[in-house]
Write a protein that binds this ligand. Sequence first.
Ligand code: PHE
Length: 342
Amino acid sequence: MNIQENIDHLLEHLQADLCEVVDSQTLEALRLRVLGRKGEITTLMRVLGQVPPEERPAIGQLINDAREKAAGWLDTLAMRIAVHERTEALARETIDVTQPMWERRLGNLHPINLALDEILDVFTGMGFEAVEGPEVELDLYNFELLNLPKNHPSRDAQDTFYIEENIVLRTHTSPVQARTMLERKPPIRIVCPGRVYRADEFDATHSPVFHQLEGLMIDEDVTMGDLKGTLDAFAKRLYDPDIATRFRPSFFPFTEPSAEVDLTCVSCRGQGCRVCKGTGWIEVLGAGMVNPKVLELCGIDSQKYSGFAFGMGLDRIALLRYGVQDLRLMFEGDMRFLRQFR
Ligand code: PHE
């Protein structure tokens, strides 16, 4: 076969193959076969060496023409395929912006945590530090060190869940205060939030598990005036400046003197309503000056130092804040209820 025939055959073959090409990948393979470094036309060029010198220009010209022809066909088809592939890709990647999508549900804080966050904000703003402690607690911290020796009548007031004779589910967060007094030296300024347990009914106003936040401040010359000022400032910051506080004498073994603290009813602003049973006041806190006996039991010199303590029920504050009527809603985990606090 002479070179001319070779070229004709090669081009014919290429034309036939080009008709079969459907995508850019097969086209590129074809380009390599014909024009690549070891391709058919390149191979022809090499034969040129064996051709007598006087025939070389003419034959070289033939091969060059063939190369140009082949390259032209390949380029034209490449362009057509590129356009086609792009159109297909665009059709495939179309986004239907009207398609309905999943509602993404973000979680939210539990109303008790919401109330706690607000309360902590107020106390940390006044220089109190939040401290936590165990819910399964030794009798020692929950009772003894707080001036509630065994067989003390006030133990009955806190219907305790016993795990063992000397291990209880804490009935208040006061044991965290005892632990802190034993660990640190005054000045102490802490608040202790947490879950507490009492063998109570489960009804609209009681639950065997509930939440407290207690506070403790110990330093030289801490007075009842500091206690009143702190709680009054707290009430005014948590609600607003026309909320007043009222102290009524009370009794706790760990404080002396002790008080129950009422706030102006946040629902009726003192007018008297169903929430405050017509009195204009709501009871939210127990408080008092830390009993010197407790200070001594916890290793603090009661001649040099004095302190105040207070405790509040977080659940009741959350109920009042969000106008929820039934305490059970706070614990039942019903998503329809909880989602309303977003
Ligand atoms: N620990 C008390 C209770 O749970 C509340 C309280 C705390 C009262 C601190 C006075 C001082 O009932």
